[in-house]
Design a protein around this ligand. Structure first.
Ligand SMILES: Nc1ncnc2c1ncn2[C@@H]1O[C@H](COP(=O)(O)OP(=O)(O)OP(=O)(O)O)[C@@H](O)[C@H]1O
Length: 246
């Protein structure tokens, strides 16, 4: 996944300016920056929710800048959002089955009853076991604790067979007791499923333990892109992101 000279101007405001970086296939890269730095906007540009003023987005070496969200999803891009995107009234299994139906190429319908043998249901159950929700298949999704909702979203994402995954603050609102389990699920996106991962995360301990490199955004600029150790030791990052040298 690559972005080249990506800029977004809205009215008189320069939201992002000349952002260029590459996430090599199979790598996991974090994005940090103070509130309002442009992290979610960057994800919106990469996923096609917003169109850049200038610059380009490439997936697997192919330019997708003018492609729709759906076309990018078909090209292998998956995304989770800061706020939950599950169907709360449906069961855990039904949520993943709907996502799997997209990949299986069949009609997407909550009105078809899951049958033991159908491929989308089998895939849903398999993925839910993988993310540790195997015992909660019949639970109403809206009743799950926050950490389990995030795991459910990751199972839904995996059901679409993504090659590049954008995770927007996966630890937001997750109880401290659930952080380790969810961290492991994210690690496996990368190690077991070979996904290329770009993740925004404010929980620094989690982020620095997971990622190979960190991109630092500050007022719409890319301030640094380096290993977690180098980024944390960078005085410019310290003063910009943490307020003062530590
Ligand atoms: N559609 C829009 N119109 C005008 N300004 C916008 C728009 N979208 C975002 N912004 C502004 O762009 C800046 C970057 O916002 P963005 O949500 O990307 O930041 P962020 O780094 O994700 O912040 P947070 O950590 O709080 O989620 C902010 O100043 C925001 O107010």
């Amino acid at each position: 996944m690559e972005v080249r000279d990506l800029s977004l101007r809205i009215g008189g405001a320069q939201i992002l300016e000349d952002i260029s970086f590459t996430v090599p296939t199979g790598q996991i890269v974090g994005v940090i920056g103070p509130n309002g730095a442009g992290k979610t906007t960057l994800f919106n540009l990469i996923s096609g929710v917003m169109t850049p003023s200038t610059g380009s987005v490439l997936l697997g070496g192919r330019e997708v800048t003018n492609r729709s969200v759906t076309q990018r999803a078909v090209a292998g891009l998956g995304r989770t959002f800061q706020t939950s995107s599950i169907f709360p009234a449906l069961s855990v299994e039904e949520n993943v089955r709907l996502a799997a139906q997209v990949t299986e190429g069949g009609a997407i319908s909550v009105f078809t009853f899951p049958r033991r043998g159908d491929r989308a249901s089998a895939r849903a159950r398999e993925l839910l076991h993988e993310v540790g929700l195997g015992a909660r298949l019949a639970h109403r999704a809206g009743d799950l604790p926050h950490g389990d909702k995030r795991k459910l979203e990751i199972a839904m994402l995996l059901a679409t067979d993504p090659s590049v995954v954008l995770l927007d603050e996966p630890m937001a609102g997750v109880a401290s007791g659930d952080v380790a389990g969810l961290t492991e699920v994210i690690r496996r996106l990368h190690t077991d499923y070979g996904c290329t991962v770009l993740m925004v995360e404010h929980h620094m301990e989690v982020l620095l333990g997971l990622v190979e490199r960190v991109a630092v955004l500050h007022f719409g600029h890319l301030l640094a892109l380096d290993t977690p150790e180098a980024v944390m030791a960078d005085p410019t990052v310290q003063s910009a992101y943490l307020g003062e040298p530590v």
